[in-house]
Design a protein around this ligand. Sequence first.
Ligand SMILES: NC(=O)c1ccc[n+]([C@@H]2O[C@H](COP(=O)([O-])OP(=O)(O)OC[C@H]3O[C@@H](n4cnc5c(N)ncnc54)[C@H](O)[C@@H]3O)[C@@H](O)[C@H]2O)c1
Length: 352
Amino acid sequence: MSKTIGLISGDGIGPEITEATLLVLKEVAPDFKYIDLDLGGVAIDKTGSPFPDETKAKLKEVDAVLMAAIGGPQYDNLPRDKRPETGLLALRKELQTFANIRPARVFDSLANLSSLKPEIVRGTDLVVVRELTGGIYFGQPSSNDGNRALNTMVYEKSEVTRIAHVAFCLARKRSKRLCSVDKSNVLNVSQLWRDAVIEVSKDYPDVELSHMYVDNAAMQLIKDPKQFDVIVTSNLFGDILSDESAMLTGSIGLLPSASTGDGSLPGLYEPVHGSAPDIAGQGLANPIAMVLSAAMMLRLSFDMSKEAAILEAAVEAVLAQGILTGDLGGTAKTKDVSEALVVEVKLALTNA
Ligand SMILES: NC(=O)c1ccc[n+]([C@@H]2O[C@H](COP(=O)([O-])OP(=O)(O)OC[C@H]3O[C@@H](n4cnc5c(N)ncnc54)[C@H](O)[C@@H]3O)[C@@H](O)[C@H]2O)c1
């Protein structure tokens, strides 16, 4: 399949994990073409802008965007609207990504890295689908006069419906179970959320829908995370629950993410972690979160589930072999991990 990928190598460890990821990705998708896109610090250095017009223009030529990470301490003193993070927010806005998809999977061989007991987390494999562009973070009015502060939680039914479709479609590709998290016993907005999700569920009779209040969901994630498969929730609740879920795994270097819209614009795929300036340039970075982000791109943007599964199985095998970078307690270098992944992918392709 020939697709064009917008590639953001970014800052810090970004170029190192990008090189490692491409090495592996090229094995399962040899026909992909790549267009380099400048974003964040590297774009500031070249053009003065964290999201240059040239990057914006090139987005029209790509089918998906695969990003490493951006940012670094050298940009911390810039005004807020000139900082690398502003570039990422502008990119997400440009791509109209209203759905943030964050898997949290505990690899069997690494269950001891979690701060919870291994027997609680082993087997956890869940995804949080968070609404990203609505809710209390954006609702108006919003004010603070020093004596009284106000935020507004607001959702249009159409905003709930479209994120619910994303979550049901994802659940359909997994174990066909979806849990919608809200606070409908207290919040009108959550009642609307629940009603809209139930209405959408009629289009997906093969997916089992359940509902959970957010306070209970926060407890259940710690008590018995294995009970969840796909979780769909609003911006505020998703912000908290996706970070809580991520920490079940015990390592930031393994966590991928996707930000998608209605499918008419390219999806954005990126690791959850940042540019790790403390280890940049030393060949020590763990490339796995970016490799798994590439696997999400294959599955969600291009329906290449077989190739995505090969990448994911390779990751599992390499971790089980104990080829671990420093963040996982090992001594392997970025290159050791990518080379081991290539061996596993080649083996899977030969046996396929
Ligand atoms: N989406 C993004 O691009 C993104 C996300 C978060 C932070 N940032 C930016 O990244 C910079 C650094 O932020 P931070 O230090 O708070 O978070 P960070 O995620 O970059 O690093 C936190 C810790 O995790 C380690 N780490 C992260 N990714 C790793 C990997 N792949 N392999 C091995 N170790 C890894 C780092 O070495 C560090 O010790 C900041 O400028 C921040 O704004 C960018």
